[in-house]
Design a binder for this molecule. Sequence first.
Ligand SMILES: Cc1cc2nc3c(=O)[nH]c(=O)nc-3n(C[C@H](O)[C@H](O)[C@H](O)COP(=O)(O)OP(=O)(O)OC[C@H]3O[C@@H](n4cnc5c(N)ncnc54)[C@H](O)[C@@H]3O)c2cc1C
Length: 578
Amino acid sequence: TVYTDPSQLPAFKKYDYIVVGAGPGGSVVANRLSAKSSNKVLLIEAGSTTDIDPTIDVPFLCTGLAPNTIVDWNYTTVPLPGLNGRSIAYPRGKVMGGSSSINYMVWTRGPTSDFDRFAAVTGDRGWSWEAVSQIGKNIENLVPPADGHNTAGQIIPSIHGTNGPVQISVQGYPTDLDSRVFATTRELPEFPFNEDTSSGNPLGISWSQFSVGGGIRYSSYVAYIQPILSRPNLDILVNTQVTKVIKTGTVRGVPIFTGVQFATSAAGPFHTLTATTEVILSAGAINTPQILMLSGIGPSAQLSKFGIKTLVNLPDVGQHLQDHVVLPNVFTVNATFTQDDIARNATLIAEDYEQWALYKTGQFATAPTAEIGWGRIPANSAIYRTVDDPSSGPHAPHFELQWAEAFASFVQPTPATGHYLMFSSNLVSPTSRGSVTLTSSNPFAFPSIDTGFLTSAFDIFAITEAVKAAKRFMAAPAWKGYVTGRYEGTGFADANTDAEIAEYARNNAATVFHPTGTAMMSPYGANHGVTNPDLTVKNTLGLRVVDASVFPYVPAAHPQFHVYVIAERAAQLILENL
Ligand SMILES: Cc1cc2nc3c(=O)[nH]c(=O)nc-3n(C[C@H](O)[C@H](O)[C@H](O)COP(=O)(O)OP(=O)(O)OC[C@H]3O[C@@H](n4cnc5c(N)ncnc54)[C@H](O)[C@@H]3O)c2cc1C
């Protein structure tokens, strides 16, 4: 049953598990635990059902879902020193499916060494690539792209699953841009073609894969919750924010946290419920640490500042926030049609929408970004004289390259005329780390988010190298006559020296929306970290975190796949314990 207000919950109902948050983490856990009919599961989500915005389903319209919408938490960061003091929008999905309902649907698996590093730093081989790769495959259902084109040579089907809940597909409707990108891979040996960057060795350039199937977005809601709405042992409570977890007892001095408090506004009323077995926090990398701290689980110095009694002193709650930096480099192009023309033409939008609504085909049935590439800074770079390579291994990327046939900027509005190509340089192995801290003991007050972007020597070096790589790429013969210049409005046209490129990066960079690490895993018994390798919260009982907060390092990839992986394994661990 889906309840839209806490007052609707029948008083007699008891739950074995209460899952907080319906993003990829919470959706998977709620599904897998309720697959066993004797488990009674309650899933609580702060946002509403997805029908609040029908464009959620439309892949092409993803960029309109945030910031400043009803399906976004509408956070902004603090002024970021590395971005010349700019505060940036920090979208997080607030709707069933969480951020997977508003994300850009890019589907990537990181390098094998990322998972092996998780295993190494947690002391749990269960997180190694070898151990999780089958779990990952079982999540996927590879289907044809929306235009049904032959994808031979654009993906290696044998490494993907075909029976899992999340439909994935190669980008649809190839364009001129695609031919030029792949022509460049033949012209410049520095940028090799990689038939499938999800193989565990992502280096090189490939067709993009998306969590899109049959022309619609496959969010965690569509994949994991919608198909099981009729399960009698699963209840879902939407529009309701969990304000803290509650200590319900103690075993040999260890506090049990199986209670939750929730409300729809700061004015209350505040309701409570106790799970008979476990509470699973899947509120995402910003809200999970906020809930922990509001509950008295976190750095005691910070908690006492807001009059919150420390029940479990865990200094790393909210710390070690790691995210990827996006820097959209805009080129002007000699074209008669780019995606810019769609945004400027209401008739075209209406037509494309109608085609999508009727047939789930056409421009709107595919995501707006095109190819994807992953690269490393040269091994003989000067930076290595002072800094160790922060990547997880020799096949792990430092930066990502991504194309779209349109203007894109986080600081400039789209110009009313002209045709553009966006070629972003993203930093995916940052050494900078930030934090999520409380601003108040009021659970409805926004936490303070500091991403720490571009505050380390390595990060500014790597983003500068990534811009230079993008420039070399676009100087290949394949772009002759098409690319007419670098866009002036963002300062890109004048970013020539390393110092100028660094300044241009500080003025234009934003987030790829991949926060992780704020409840990071560490070995059992370690006095750092927040969660154990089985994702239980240290020095507690009955409480687990299953979401992007637990990664000790941000994956060098778009992370949704990785969140599904940790959630599938977490569900296995919970079920095995019974
Ligand atoms: C704009 C955007 C674009 C992105 N693009 C991509 C992409 O192309 N590819 C990719 O791989 N990744 C992408 N990501 C990242 C990816 O979506 C996230 O890593 C992933 O969704 C994280 O899953 P999660 O379960 O940890 O948290 P979330 O998906 O954020 O889910 C958390 C859920 O918990 C709910 N919640 C929070 N607090 C409470 C509370 N107190 N009580 C009740 N419920 C609560 C939230 O409303 C939300 O529904 C993008 C993210 C965004 C925001």
